[in-house]
Ligand binder design. Structure first.
Ligand code: SF4
Length: 125
């Protein structure tokens, strides 16, 4: 009888040991870390003026990007992004995105485009 109990406990431990065991990369479900990152991005992106639906779409894109190992970034992830839509770039000289000063406006299409920018500085996450 104690042997059966021991086997039951062992089986139970196996099923609860790793809550991410069937998540990416073993499955398509998001891991706990990916969900945390997704949620932080929603907060960041809605704080920068995107609707919740648009923020979710961008966060989904970034989850796929991260999984693919793509090193491109969105301006929405950059510490130099200014404003809440309309947006501006606080590092426009290094980024080489426009000829004006600190009010350097960024088009929505550029802000939402995956790119490699010399002026990029990451925010969390
Ligand atoms: S520095 Fe580059 S990535 Fe950052 S806001 Fe300006 S253009 Fe976008």
């Amino acid at each position: 009888m104690p042997e059966i109990a021991a086997r039951t406990v062992a089986a139970s431990d196996t099923t609860t040991a790793d809550p991410d065991r069937w998540c990416w990369p073993r499955g398509m479900a998001m891991s706990g870390q990916e969900i945390d990152t997704f949620t932080a991005r929603l907060v960041r992106f809605t704080g920068k003026g995107l609707t919740l639906a648009d923020a979710e779409q961008q966060a989904d894109r970034l989850t796929a990007r991260d999984r693919e190992g793509d090193d491109r970034r969105l301006c929405l992830e950059c510490a130099h992004l200014q404003g809440i839509g309309p947006w501006g770039c606080g590092n426009w000289r290094k980024a080489d995105v426009c000829m004006r000063g600190s009010d350097a406006a960024l088009a929505r299409d550029l802000v939402l485009m995956l790119q490699r920018c010399d002026g990029f500085k990451t925010t969390t996450p």
